[in-house]
Design a binder for this molecule. Structure first.
Ligand code: G4P
Length: 301
């Protein structure tokens, strides 16, 4: 689903989380492993303060493995439990219950010591397109009703039993990413979480080319059968250099228009389609080392 902007609906979602937080033992936030910062909701920390946290890095099949390892270490260092998953194939999802019980082991031992056999409840959060529904269906072992995410349609919260002692609270409503930040908007557009109309396809393609050319030049050259990636000139910004990369790749593919010019628009569309479809390889668009100091700024983790 593409993210759309419904401010009133967002307020309702925030209110629901604030009301329900006292009814759960832990919070599980699902992130897109390719964009672990951009796929976060900026309010989650504040809304869930004090609750034990599990971070699911989903879509690991599409992310670069070495970067996922670094992100997992990064979140663990912050005291979160981390689960890596590919909800589409089901890889990693079976560890969910174990990870929750590890996270809450002290609490569970305390219940047991008192002879109580309590159900553990976990609130599950995620912005659209991280794979939340797919993940929940996997761990619940069946298809659950998708929580309603259209405005004007109110649905009550949904408890999803996982096993005899574990229940999920699936939040209805939409959690938004941090739209104001331009790099967040780009990352969400690259991964297809927001519609392409935030920028024109060609400009989006330029930005993606520039990122891949900088961080994954070998993989990019291999994907488009280029003998090398043209160097970036000192004065070139992302769009200018990315445009040149689109031209080189488009030429190689034979996307020419009249006068021998390269159809960069077509190449940009192909690039985005192939990136989203995982045809170019596995890429991570944000690195933990690039994040700001963890105790400041809007991207505070
Ligand atoms: P949401 O609730 O967070 O909005 O996301 P949802 O589960 O609806 O998943 C969105 C798309 O992402 C679905 O593809 C889903 O199959 C895919 N997806 C979810 N998790 C993963 C993952 O770990 N890896 C990969 N590669 N894909 C994942 P779709 O194209 O909408 O449908 P379909 O291809 O499954 O038919």
């Amino acid at each position: 689903m593409n993210i759309q902007w419904y401010p009133g609906h967002m307020t309702k979602t925030r209110r629901m989380i604030a009301e329900q937080i006292k009814n759960v033992d832990a919070v599980c936030e699902i992130l897109d492993a390719r964009i672990p910062v951009s796929s976060r909701n900026p309010d989650v920390d504040e809304l869930t303060a004090g609750k034990p946290r599990l971070v699911v890095l989903n879509r690991v099949d599409q992310a670069d493995k070495a970067s996922t390892d670094r992100w997992a270490a990064y979140f663990r260092a912050k005291g979160y439990a981390v689960l890596e998953s590919d909800a589409k194939s089901g890889q990693g999802t079976a560890r969910f219950a174990v990870a929750v019980r590890e996270l809450l082991s002290e609490k569970i031992r305390a219940y047991e010591a008192k002879g109580q056999n309590r159900v553990i409840r976990v609130m599950i959060l995620g912005i659209p397109n991280v794979g939340k529904s797919t993940f929940i269906n996997r761990i619940a072992g069946r298809k659950t009703a998708k929580t309603e995410d259209r405005p004007g349609v109110t649905r009550s919260k949904q408890w999803v039993p996982i096993d005899r002692n574990l229940e999920l609270l699936d939040t209805p409503g939409i959690l938004w990413p941090k739209f104001e930040d331009q790099s967040v908007g780009l990352n969400l557009a690259f991964t297809g979480a927001v519609k392409d109309d935030i920028l024109d396809t060609e400009t989006l393609g330029c930005h993606l080319m520039a990122y891949l050319g900088t961080h994954y030049s070998d993989e990019l050259a291999a994907a488009y059968k280029l003998s090398g990636i043209p160097e970036r000139a000192a004065e070139e910004n992302d769009v200018a250099w990315g445009y040149r990369l689109l031209e080189v790749a488009g030429k190689k593919r034979g996307f020419l228009i009249s006068g021998g010019e390269v159809d960069t628009e077509r190449m940009a569309k192909i690039l985005l389609d192939e990136f989203r479809g995982g045809k170019l390889g596995r890429f991570t668009l944000e690195m933990p080392e690039e994040q700001r100091r963890s105790d400041c700024g809007p991207l505070d983790l």
